[in-house]
Design a protein around this ligand. Structure first.
Ligand code: NAP
Length: 307
């Protein structure tokens, strides 16, 4: 007879580990499956200033480790494994992974979101050879060099600021003439002497000849084309939800996010969605952890009624 967990949580970001903490602390038998290491996108952020309780800010990796330890203190188990497929429609749900098949009465999806690509011809083949998606992870490889950052949101602004402290020069390429990023980023970016902007511009080609040479740009207003020589490019144009595994089972919106309201309940009984993977207005660590707590409340309710 296979072991049946009360709750299986897929993904160890802040939402997943909060769901694990709350459900384990409520006495449930909880397994969390994580592919790499705790924290998800949060673990890639070196300085988090908008998670309350840390007056000097906190390193995302460190916070992730604490969240994992906090959940494990109450008996939640972590399995380091890649999930290959899920069957979520039946009363007992099945999660197939690289480390075996697990069964659970309730499943929490907290798979988060991964960086969106620009879709340029050689973008994928140049990852790690000039093309990057994480300034906190790979910025140090470009110490003293020239880089470009694509995007105008909070992530691009934070990346550009971080890189300005490491690199000789940072050029922000944005398809419009104003940043989407919150005002708190505007002043430090405008004041940084080694940051400049290619406004109204899109990257059309990555130039690679015996090494990364730069990026071809097109001004979307004038149609003028130019080349920006640089040693690397950081693409920071938002994220896409990690929901491929769920297609045909859980209801997704047009962008691929799991349709679930504040209750975190999905269209399938016993299946909950927390964190960045869920339809929501604000994707932050605090909103992910709030989701984790909400999920535990509705999981309790669901399991109590399960016959
Ligand atoms: P985002 O807010 O969706 O911004 C994406 C940026 O990329 C936008 O400026 C967008 O341009 C641009 N873009 C999208 N597709 C593009 C394409 N194909 N080519 C060129 N440019 C493209 O994404 P994000 O910055 O990754 O942030 C995601 C979420 O995390 C947001 O809710 C954000 O507030 C949050 N976040 C918060 C913080 C913080 O509070 N400190 C830090 C990081 C992230 P347009 O502006 O023209 O649409």
């Amino acid at each position: 007879m296979e072991h049946i967990y009360d709750v299986i949580i897929i993904g160890g970001g802040p939402g997943g580990y909060t769901a694990a903490l709350y459900t384990a602390r409520a006495g449930l038998d909880v397994l969390l499956v994580e592919k790499l290491s705790a924290g998800g996108q949060m673990a890639l952020t070196s300085q988090i200033d908008n998670y309350p309780g840390f007056e000097e800010g906190v390193d995302g990796f460190e916070l992730a480790e604490k969240m994992q330890a906090g959940a494990e203190r109450f008996g939640a188990k972590t399995e380091m494994a890649e999930v290959y497929s899920v069957e979520l429609k039946e009363k007992i749900k099945k999660v197939e992974t690289s480390e075996g098949t697990f069964y659970g009465k309730a499943v929490v999806i907290s798979t988060g979101a991964s960086p969106r690509e620009l879709g340029l011809e050689n973008e994928q083949s140049l990852v790690g050879r000039g093309v990057n998606y994480c300034a906190a992870c790979d910025g140090m490889f470009f110490r003293g060099k020239k880089v470009a950052v694509v995007g105008g949101g909070n992530s691009a602004a934070a990346d550009a600021l971080l890189l300005s402290r490491i690199c000789e020069k940072v050029t922000v390429i944005h398809r419009r003439d104003t940043l989407r990023a919150t005002k708190i980023y505007h002043e430090p970016l405008m004041q940084a002497e080694n940051v400049d902007f290619a406004w109204d511009s899109v990257a059309t080609e990555l130039v690679y000849e015996d090494g990364f040479k730069g990026v071809r740009l097109k001004n979307v207003k004038t149609e003028e084309e130019s080349e920006l020589p640089c040693d690397g490019i950081f693409i920071s144009v938002g994220r896409k939800p990690v929901t491929d595994l769920l297609k045909g089972q859980v209801e997704l919106d047009a962008a691929g996010y799991i349709i679930a309201d504040e209750s975190t309940r999905t269209n399938l009984p016993g299946v909950f969605a927390v964190g960045d993977v869920r339809t929501k207005v604000l994707r932050q660590v605090v909103t992910a952890v709030a989701d984790g707590a909400m999920a535990s409340h509705y999981i309790d309710e669901y399991l109590a009624e399960l016959v």
